[in-house]
Design a protein around this ligand. Sequence first.
Ligand SMILES: *Cc1c(COP(=O)(O)O)cnc(C)c1O
Ligand code: SF4
Length: 360
Amino acid sequence: MGAGAVFFSESAGWQQILAESITSAEGLSKYLAIDVKTVDQVVRQYPMRINPYYLSIIQSADDPLWRQAVPDAAELAVDPALEADPLSEAPQSPVKHLIHRYPDRVVFMVSSHCAMYCRHCMRKRRVGQGRAVSRAAIEKGIEYIREQPEVQEVILSGGDPLLISDGRLDDILSRLKRIPHVELLRVHSRAPCTLPQRVTNDLAALLASYHPLYLNIQFNHPAELTPASMDACRKLADAGIPLGSQTVLLKGVNDDPRVMKRLMRDLLKNRVRPYYLHHTDPVQGTGHFRTSVERGLEIMRALRGRISGMGVPSYMIDLPRGGGKIPLLPQYIKKTGRSRLLVENYEGEMFEYALGHGRD
Ligand SMILES: *Cc1c(COP(=O)(O)O)cnc(C)c1O
Ligand code: SF4
């Protein structure tokens, strides 16, 4: 269908593309066959933003890109097992817009807007709501980090930190860089996937001037690696910025070993190293995207040994009450003995592995 192509111009600047985003059910009905009443109801609770670029890559109703972008009636289903903030981000926030969960690193939410409002977003309760993060709030966050000598890494997140202007980004990064105990900078952004035009040569150069700086992006389906997105990854990788992907395991999008293998291989080809595969958090309004953990483990088993080890992410669940993230692994050890392990390899073949006499 490529409906968005109707008004999407490749040469427009990112701000202009963003400004032409569709935010209402009625607006969307001009391009996609949706149920206006349902979408309108959902949008009243959770904002929608589909920019012309992402609209242009949706191929058909309910395809993996549609599912990530177009509001679904299932978002309104109230599930008592789901919460608005299951990870207790709010209580672990010492100052506004900052989460300090692990001793050595903080998440600093410098933007409350995104290039698209993903229907599966775990911060659904807050993204796209309200005004931009104020300068005063940013100042407070930086002050907090300056006073916490154990903080060695600052992760810029949001919303999407790349939705703020180059000038503001430069200002924030330079002030963080001047704090002696901040050794590492990390940026979490979906822009290279949802609005690749944001990645200009200027932006790549700006980010590269703050090395060591890592950029983690979120690609959830191979069809998102369009020529424009691949070009964005190339600019960033050429600037020497290590790229990682934090893919979210989503029902009807990528909960299929074949799709996931293709995605991980395509990411590697674009110099993006799969980092995490996130099990969908139990967030209200996202229940229709959740798969079973068994499914996730089956996918992990299908990856290990069958694609480059560099393309195998860690499969993570985020614990409630701010317990942090832990990896889940398929069970390769079948039996543990005093001198031997019975293990299964990636092809399901059993092996005895001699333990010998370790020195511990
Ligand atoms: C995920 C997360 C981090 C980063 O964790 P890594 O395992 O280093 O990627 C840091 N702080 C919070 C609050 C997080 O949720
Ligand atoms: S880009 Fe990230 S923060 Fe923004 S809506 Fe999507 S998942 Fe949420």
